[in-house]
Structures are given as C-alpha cells and as structure tokens.
Design a protein around this ligand. Structure first.
Ligand SMILES: Nc1ncnc2c1ncn2[C@@H]1O[C@H](COP(=O)(O)OP(=O)(O)OP(=O)(O)O)[C@@H](O)[C@H]1O
Length: 270
C-alpha cells in the first residue's frame, strides 16, 4: 500500500489524481500515433509514484496530459477531486497554476531571474502574494538558503534542480509532476534530488508523479506504474532496484495483453 502522511493536507481530496480512459493521438489518418490508449488510474494524496516504460511508450505524454500542459483527445482527468478536462484554455492555465507543480529534466529556470525570483515566480503568475519568508524557508530546506541572489548560470545542475523543486513546492500544489528530474545529473546530485522529492511527499504531504528510465530513481517511489504502447501494463508497490529492472526487462512480454499483470492486483482503473 501507499504510505500516507498523517495530519498533512487533510483539507484535500484523499485522491490526488484520477485518469479515466485517457487517450491521446498525435497526427492524423495514416500518420496517427496513439501515444495513450485508454489509460485509467487513481493515485492517493501523499503518494510518490514513478512511471516507467520503454522509449515511446507514452510516459511524457501521460505526464503532459495529467499536468494540463496538453489536452487528451478522450477521457477525463481529475486533480484533487476536481475535473481538469473541458473548460477554456484560460481556465486550464489558472487551474494548473493553483494545483500543479512541474519539474523538468533541463530545469527550465528563467536565466535572468535570481534563485529567489525563480522560486516565487509561480506565485507571481498566479496573482498571489509573494511570501518572501516562505520562499526563504523552502530554499533553506533544499540547501540553497545562502544563494537567494544568485543567477541559475552560477549554479551546478543539482543546485538548479533544487531551485526547480523549491519553485514546484512554493504554491503548495496538489500534485508535482517530474519528467526525468535526475536525467541530467551525476549520481550524488540525483540522490539528493530524489531524497528531496521523498521529503516533498513525507514532510510536506505533496503527491509526486515522476517519469524515469532509472530503476534506482524508481526505487525511491512508493509505487511504480509500467507503461507499454500507451497502456498501463503493470504496477509494483514498494519497488526495489532489482525488481524494477527485472520487470522492465520483461515488459515486452505483457504488451498486447495489458490486463494480464497489474502487479499486486490492486485496481488502477476507474
Ligand atoms: N508532438 C508529437 N507529435 C507526434 N508524435 C508524438 C509527439 N509527442 C509524442 N509523440 C509520439 O507519441 C509516442 C509516445 O511518446 P512519448 O514522448 O510520450 O514517449 P516516452 O515514453 O516519454 O518516450 P521517451 O522515453 O523516449 O521520452 C511516441 O510514438 C512518440 O513518437
């Protein structure tokens, strides 16, 4: 089972993210690619989930749709119990700014802004009060409390990703999506980032969904979802590095028979 935080985020829905039959097709007619093919899942608040699968299996598309950065062609997405699908572009942007944090492999920091300004940017964009004490506190927690005035190009990759984590935490979002957050980092920096993501879940009560190719990174999560050919084909709770690597090696066996093995038999569907 997922480990839950007690006493944090109690005002929130117990279900942080729900996808119902989400389908995404790129291109049209003879060039159409079904990147997601009827994906349904439910993730409880306060959980840390890794998403794995072969290249082209739809991991980034899943994250982009679930985070409201792209729209599915079919299906519904609920964040914190509220429907995100449908509505205008402006409504979706507003919803995303209030409820969702995003961490990218290449950090996506604003080069002309300082560490402190990058961290508080989501508050500014959401029209919320900029709480400098809170930003300082979060930057202290990620170990950058003494770098507030620095520009991103004066920081290492690991430090830049820590700013990105602070930026994702500052709005207290329902779900933080991370797309290969350790993909560009050395082993030690990667471990620090993964521990911070674990803290975001266990200390701050956030829900984290992380795409990764790395079984070591996945082992930091509470649970791993496996994708192949745009479909969920498996799930593993309390993953270990060896068990994840073994499952990945045999993922091809389950393609075309997606309902055959959903790990521990817990329902992922709606
Ligand atoms: N903008 C796009 N236009 C056309 N096809 C796309 C687009 N984005 C993704 N695809 C296709 O959709 C499928 C899923 O891609 P996606 O990037 O989600 O996979 P992935 O599992 O994240 O891959 P990787 O591990 O290589 O990053 C692939 O076949 C890809 O070529």
């Amino acid at each position: 089972m997922f480990r839950r935080n007690k006493g944090v985020g109690t005002a929130r829905s117990p279900e942080a993210l729900r996808l119902i039959d989400v389908t995404k097709v790129y291109g049209s007619e003879e060039n159409a690619v079904k990147a997601l093919d009827g994906v349904s899942l439910s993730l409880p608040a306060g959980s840390f989930t890794a998403v794995m699968g072969p290249s082209g299996s739809g991991k980034s598309t899943l994250l982009q749709c679930a985070a409201g950065l792209d729209r599915p062609d079919e299906g519904r997405i609920m964040v914190d119990g509220e429907e995100m699908t449908g509505g205008t572009e402006a409504a979706l942007t507003k919803f995303r700014r209030q409820r969702i944090g995003f961490i990218f492999q290449q950090y996506n920091l604003m080069p002309t802004l300082s560490v402190a300004q990058n961290t508080t940017l989501p508050l500014k964009l959401a029209g919320r009060r900029i709480d400098h004490a809170r930003a300082q506190n979060i930057l202290d927690q990620v170990g950058l409390g003494d770098r507030l005035g620095h520009r991103p190009d004066t920081l290492s990759g690991g430090q830049r990703q820590r700013v990105a984590i602070a930026r994702a935490l500052v709005t207290e979002p329902s779900v933080i999506f991370a797309d290969e957050p350790t993909g560009a980092l050395d082993i030690r920096s990667a471990r620090d980032i993964l521990q911070l993501l674990q803290e975001a879940v266990r200390v701050h009560g956030r829900t984290v969904v992380m795409v990764t190719h790395d079984p070591v990174a996945a082992s930091y999560a509470d649970s791993v979802l496996f994708l192949a050919d745009g479909r969920l084909v498996g799930r593993m709770n309390e993953p270990t590095v060896d068990a994840v690597a073994e499952r990945l090696a045999h993922l091809g066996d389950t393609v075309g028979n997606a309902s055959a093995d959903l790990g521990d038999g817990m329902p992922m569907g709606a």
